[in-house]
Design a protein around this ligand. Sequence first.
Ligand SMILES: [Zn+2]
Length: 232
Amino acid sequence: MARPLVSSAQALTQAHGALTKEQRDRLTPTQVLDALARGNERFRSGAMVSRDYRAQQRASAAAQFPACVTLGCVDSRVPSEVIFDVGIGDMFSARIAGNVVNDDLLGSLEFACAVAGAKVIVLLGHTACGAVKGAIDDVEMGNLTGLLARIKPAITATTFSGTASSKDAAYVDAVARTNVLLGLDAIRRRSPLLADLEKKQTILIVGGMYDLSTGALEFLNEGVPQGAAMVR
Ligand SMILES: [Zn+2]
């Protein structure tokens, strides 16, 4: 029997199944992005899909065909699958403190898109990020020192009229935003493979800022701040 047609709206909202190859391949990158935006709207409005995770686990055990990949922070309050309201098998999810981009994560993104067929990369920053605060405060501790150093170019590249302090929530969020924009630039610059897929419109590479207090995800459209290239 033919599989029922699944629209882009339904594709990432299944209660029992996991995305099939046909369903995923039928989606355009724009439709996947649209499905993510609608998933966040469901999350925000409390209208999340009620999922049977055991059924999804069984349906996806033999193979996976995720439509997208997120690179977000380890913050316990920003679980990508939950804030986008997707199920098992729908999304690759990479997480690292401060959602910084390094070679291993670029490799993970390349795997997700070039090998496994994901169509959208979301680089996901968030408000009140502890890693961003740590970078602003020059925290030095074990291996964290090196990780926070990757956020520091965003501090240099952020123009802010108020007090540049980790205690100023607006400043912390401004740096987090710049950190996402620089991260997008780094993905395109340091992964010719992903830049090429984007150029061919096989994938979309987008930034997002998640608001811890509202649950809302804002997709970022602006470019890298002027002069930022000089600090990388
Ligand atoms: Zn964070």
